[in-house]
Design a protein around this ligand. Sequence first.
Ligand SMILES: C[S@@+](CC[C@H](N)C(=O)[O-])C[C@H]1O[C@@H](n2cnc3c(N)ncnc32)[C@H](O)[C@@H]1O
Length: 430
Amino acid sequence: MQRSKKLGSPPASSPCECVKPTLETGNILTEPIGYIESCFSAKNGTPRQPTICSLSRACLRIRKSVFNNPEHSVMGLEQFSHVWILFVFHKNGHLSCKAKVQPPRLNGTKTGIFSTRSPHRPNAIGLTLAKLDRVEGGTIYLSGIDMINGTPVLDIKPYIADYDSPQDLIYPLDELSLQEREQKLKDLPCSINMAGNNEQELRTEGFRPQSHSREGKHPADQIAKEKYLKEKDSTDVQHLLHKFKSTTADCNVETGVNQNSGRDVGQIGLHQSKECINNSLSMVEGDAVMQENSETQHHSIVGDAAPASCVASWVKDSPVTTLEVRFTPNAEMDLERFSLEDDTADASITSFKYFRSVKEAKCAIIAVLAADPRSVYRRKHCQDRLFYFSMDTAHITCWFGDGFAEVLRIKHTDTVENPVWQCSLQPASS
Ligand SMILES: C[S@@+](CC[C@H](N)C(=O)[O-])C[C@H]1O[C@@H](n2cnc3c(N)ncnc32)[C@H](O)[C@@H]1O
């Protein structure tokens, strides 16, 4: 799509055909509320979604040109564990986009732009759910991000599980005709694997769960469900929930810290160290505790029920496999040099800006590579090429083999010429 093409209903235009930016037509002029300072300096190697690397950090200073007192604008935000960040893909390079794209997880197969999270979309707007680590004055500190340094941010909104994750559907029986119930059952996503008996029971009781992807599952969702289990007092609803649980066991709806964190563990790869996995787990638990403290439980009993959503099967069962990540002895030694105290790999004094230890940096590198950050083009046509990317002050050189990524060298970005653009033939666009 070319930018000049008009979209939908005609926008208000002036005699010279310029599109007037007005709220009513939806043609607004945006002003960034701030710019992301992130551990990723280029698109290459930047995670494709925030869930890939929980150790990726960033900060955002609210601009004084937007609010005289930036700290006023983030007042109360510290009560939330996660925030939505709306931003501009300012490094897309061009403003045109195609109606069909090839997301890396589909490894070359095309699908409609609006069924993907591709950066190349008509309005180049990105949406990331980030963990809010802390708020200091008019600055917010984030982790689990997928935005590069310098990304213009348009808005911040608190993540509120009750509002932002679909709730399951419990229909009052008398409000649904038999026909409506039949229709709702037909609407069930095909990926749901329901046992015959349960399906029958659901049919008769008008209860309709939808599958919930384990991969996309958020820790906060688990909290909503646990709260529901603790607080519910209606025996009818308990009965329904029991059916919901038994029915959805096949759909990965059953929860628990291990299952929630399965995403992190899976993506970190086969050779992930135990510490890395423990890190991921404790982060999931940390999220959960924070969310418990936030004021999000204002919904009715139905609203508090287990969350439900459904995603395209290619998102969960991508043909692109998780890679094993290895480090050569040279790369291991390179990494140790980032520690400024020779004998303590865990030293908090490092030459990193965002990572707090060498171990954290290693976990983050593993997480990024395990998810295979290569573009489809590169995966198919440049298999024997070296792959470069930067994270924090580390410039990483690696190569990919069958089912694995191997880190060859890790240099300080200060010692590398043009570390940003040196990356690859093709940008790892999504
Ligand atoms: C697939 S997009 C997803 C972003 C967001 N989570 C979303 O769903 O809208 C993430 C990728 O966008 C690219 N990216 C990040 N920040 C960008 C920016 N400011 N301009 C252009 N591309 C960017 C990186 O290559 C990253 O891997």
